[in-house]
Ligand binder design. Structure first.
Ligand SMILES: NC(=O)c1ccc[n+]([C@@H]2O[C@H](COP(=O)([O-])OP(=O)(O)OC[C@H]3O[C@@H](n4cnc5c(N)ncnc54)[C@H](OP(=O)(O)O)[C@@H]3O)[C@@H](O)[C@H]2O)c1
Length: 348
């Protein structure tokens, strides 16, 4: 599919020059924008609203979009991407990530799933394709966290490697430029790094001030894997099914609120600034122009002080929001078992 080569794309007068937005360098040498727009609607925002936000975000300077087939909106986002490419953006100026859903881990399914995302997104390659979760498991979109699949399986490394080999082939075929993981743990990544022909370029993981995952964060950086942070604002609009009574609220934390008041920004922007300054690649979601623009502006405005960074380092609550309960594979387990407590893969 040849991309039209039209003139240059116009950035809104109040937008941010994408050249000034920080970048991360992947182990391949490729540069990736250090902030992206999330596109999961959390059952609250329609695909049409999100596709519109992709257009708006590009017009204020975003060049990175975090998509996934399970978000059910790639076909709508595809229209937006096509519009952008027709109106003067070059394909190599944007970064598009998609993800392989859990019921497509089968050796015969990986390629077809990737091709479907490409077709929906109207692209001929993805910059990054992630295995969305390490567990192969079908569950209906939006199902209750108490629901369990009778076919749920634990993490079986040999099976994951079969999926990964197919991911590697997608790179060989030029359909994707990089592959990566999501929702992994240190022991699972150690096995993958041992056995992969092409190592993951990125690992997408939950990261926000109340959930800093210092061990996993350090592990990925030490191994040349870039950490993409999801729920960077603490996902205040996440689906009700993903809320528990003990969850804490990052944007109400007195430290975050205090810094936000001093800077005259919303606490969400402080979370985004912190994430970028830590070396994460946050992918905040919003359909509102003022919000996604202020998040992007937060990456180019004067940095948080060393004291601010130290204060935020001190408010980690180890509060995981996306617990993954639907992946549990036998009775009597708790969601913590999905995350390999003690640094050991939870046995079957
Ligand atoms: N790999 C995975 O398994 C995984 C899991 C979860 C998410 N993700 C990805 O990560 C993305 C982000 O996560 P998320 O959407 O759950 O949570 P999030 O980005 O932490 O929070 C999004 C919410 O924060 C509020 N917000 C954003 N910017 C704001 C601002 N400047 N001022 C005030 N409020 C602001 C908005 O709420 P209001 O609308 O109320 O203003 C928005 O709906 C997703 O869209 C998805 O792409 C990946």
């Amino acid at each position: 599919m040849a991309e039209p080569k039209s003139g240059s794309f116009t950035i809104a007068a109040d937008g941010v020059d994408p050249n000034t937005v920080p970048k991360r360098i992947l182990y391949t040498g490729t540069k990736m924008p250090a902030i992206g727009l999330g596109t999961f609607g959390s059952d609250r925002f329609s695909g049409e609203q999100i596709a519109e936000a992709v257009l708006g975000a590009a017009s204020v300077g975003y060049r990175h979009f975090d998509c996934a087939s399970v978000y059910g909106n790639e076909h709508l986002i595809g229209h937006s991407l096509r519009t952008l490419l027709k109106s003067g953006l070059y394909r190599d100026e944007i970064w598009v990530t998609s993800k392989l859903w859990n019921d497509k881990h089968g050796e015969k399914d990986v390629s077809a799933a990737c091709e479907k995302s490409l077709k929906d997104l109207q692209l001929d390659y993805l910059n990054l394709y992630l295995v969305h979760w390490p567990f192969p498991n079908y569950h209906a979109p939006g199902c209750d966290v108490a629901s369990r699949s009778p076919d749920a399986k634990p993490y079986i490394h040999e099976n994951f490697m079969k999926t990964w080999r197919r991911m590697e082939k997608l790179v060989d075929r030029g359909l994707v430029r990089h592959i990566g993981t999501s929702n992994m743990t240190v022991p699972k990544l150690k096995l993958l790094l041992r056995d992969a022909r092409l190592k993951p370029a990125c690992n997408e993981m939950e990261l926000h001030p109340h959930f800093q995952q210092p061990d996993l964060f350090k592990f990925v950086l030490d191994n040349g894997i870039q950490p993409i942070g999801f729920c960077p604002i603490g996902s205040p609009t996440r689906p009700d099914r993903d809320r528990t009574e003990t969850d804490t609220v990052d944007i109400q934390d007195p430290v975050i609120v205090g810094i936000a008041r001093r800077l005259g920004v919303h606490p969400a922007v402080v979370c985004v600034k912190w994430a970028v300054q830590c070396g994460q690649i946050p992918i905040p979601f919003s359909i509102y122009r003022n919000e996604y623009l202020s998040n992007l502006q937060g990456t180019v405005s004067p940095p948080l002080t060393g004291e601010d960074m130290k204060a935020i380092a001190g408010i980690d609550r180890n509060c995981r929001l996306i617990k993954g309960q639907v992946f549990l594979w036998k009775d009597g387990q708790s969601w913590e078992d999905l995350w390999d407590p003690g640094g050991r893969i939870t046995p079957p």
